[in-house]
Design a protein around this ligand. Structure first.
Ligand code: ADP
Ligand code: MG
Length: 407
């Protein structure tokens, strides 16, 4: 890890500003999934144990710079209090004299949560004065919000330029796991890329094509590759203007000796709706008025066979319209298969909001090696981009003892 983390920090008695990702789903003011709060606990607990004053900050939803009562962090603070078994007050506003006073009164080992940062339009604008106001609360900055690391906001990037900035433990794990995938994966290395569109993932495909030994393509994005093979996809979701890009990916794969697995049979439906008529057909026999909605059994078998020897697997993007149970077969089968591979010792990493949701729906999340908490952030990382929230953290001094230890 070439960034300093809280393992390199003695936070005893220090005021630590911790950017977390508490952007949890809420329904009628109730949290429907607290995994993001759970994911931040190791960092928060480590800082409490050291006797730091812990100032937590997050965004929630898209309030667009205005106070919106439905996006207040109170339910998050309540859940966090339960999990930490200690009171976690939430301020009325991220800024203001009341908040400053509340922070000044905190004792070592105590925790406070600032109100939704995005109630201030300055947060997403990375406004220097706003970043300065946040920095003034603390001696040290810790970023544990991997899911927001691809955004240069005041609480992720601006503040990191003003205080000594360290990675939290969740951030550390994300960078290490995803970093190893793109730099030094145990081979064979396979990527399964699915989801809706090629356009959303073309940069990931380009970055990974010379790194993977096996590339499995499924979901709506496979349809554009089928077009590139000269097949017809009927009414299916596809991007004809990206056929040339799909061809370039295939050519690059051939040049690098990468095995590519594309659908050879598909599930087609009259309409992409629940209860619609559907059937399985060869991928070159899709009728003009039908939609490809899932991969077929022969394709799944070929995918499993190609993935079986892999020591490392990255999965990003469902293989079909998994929101409709009848069309979720391919996605479910692959999730089950990958859970089994992970249990047999392969490294299996799942990234992407919908792929993660599919794995969680089946209760398989615990079986995988790593479930990335960042949808957009993990995609940009896999594109090979440097994330601004990561770039702003302190670099590990070259040749230091700590570096030797971590390698
Ligand atoms: P992730 O969030 O895991 O990165 P994406 O957001 O790229 O994945 O894609 C997920 C979406 O892709 C899902 O809503 C799913 O219904 C859709 N999808 C998958 N296969 C198809 C298909 N054959 N036709 C239309 N949509 C599809
Ligand atoms: Mg998605």
């Amino acid at each position: 890890m070439d960034k300093l983390t809280i393992r390199d920090l003695d936070a005893t008695g220090k005021r630590v500003f911790v950017r977390v990702d508490f952007n949890v789903p809420l329904e009628d003011g109730k949290i429907t999934d607290d995994s993001r709060i759970q994911a931040a606990l190791p960092t928060i607990k480590a800082l409490i144990a050291q006797g730091a004053v812990v100032i937590l900050a997050s965004h929630l939803g898209r309030p667009d710079g205005k106070v919106q009562d439905s996006m207040r962090l109170r339910p998050v603070a309540e859940r966090l209090s339960q999990l930490l078994k200690m009171p976690v007050p939430v301020t009325g506003d991220a800024l203001g004299v009341g908040t400053e006073d509340a922070i000044k009164r905190l004792k070592p080992g105590e925790v406070i949560l600032l109100e939704n940062l995005r109630f201030h339009v300055e947060e997403e604008k990375n406004d220097p004065a706003f970043a300065r106001a946040l920095a003034n609360y603390a001696d040290v900055f810790v970023n544990d919000a991997f899911g927001t690391a691809h955004r240069a906001h005041a609480s992720t990037e601006g503040i990191a330029r003003l205080l000594p900035a360290y990675a939290g433990l969740l951030m550390e794990r994300e960078i290490e796991v995803l970093g190893k995938l793109v730099s030094n994966p145990e081979r064979p290395f396979a990527a399964i890329i699915g989801g809706a569109k090629v356009s959303g993932k073309i940069k990931v495909l380009r970055n990974l094509i010379d790194k993977v030994d096996v590339l499995v393509i499924g979901g709506g994005m496979a349809n554009t590759f089928l077009l590139a093979q000269g097949k017809q996809v009927g009414k299916s979701l596809a991007e004809p203007d990206l056929i040339e890009d799909a061809k370039a990916i295939m050519e690059s794969a051939a040049k690098h000796g990468t095995t590519v697995v594309l659908p050879t049979d598909v599930v087609v439906a009259k309409e992409v709706t629940r209860g619609s008529e559907y059937k399985t057909l060869p991928a070159d026999k899709v009728p003009a008025s039908w939609n490809i909605v899932d991969v077929g059994p022969a394709t799944l078998e070929a995918m499993r066979k190609a993935l079986e020897p892999a020591r490392t697997v990255l999965w990003n993007g469902p293989l079909g319209v998994f929101e409709i149970p009848t069309f979720a077969v391919g996605t479910k089968e692959i999730a089950r298969f990958l859970a089994g591979r992970a249990q047999s010792g392969a490294t299996v990493v799942v990234g992407g909001g919908d792929s993660v949701a599919a794995v969680e729906q089946q209760g398989l999340a615990d079986k995988m090696t790593h479930i990335s908490t960042g949808g957009g952030a993990s995609l940009e990382f896999l594109e090979g981009k440097e994330l601004p929230g990561v770039a702003a953290l302190l670099d590990r001094p070259k040749g230091s003892a700590a570096e030797a230890r971590s390698n």
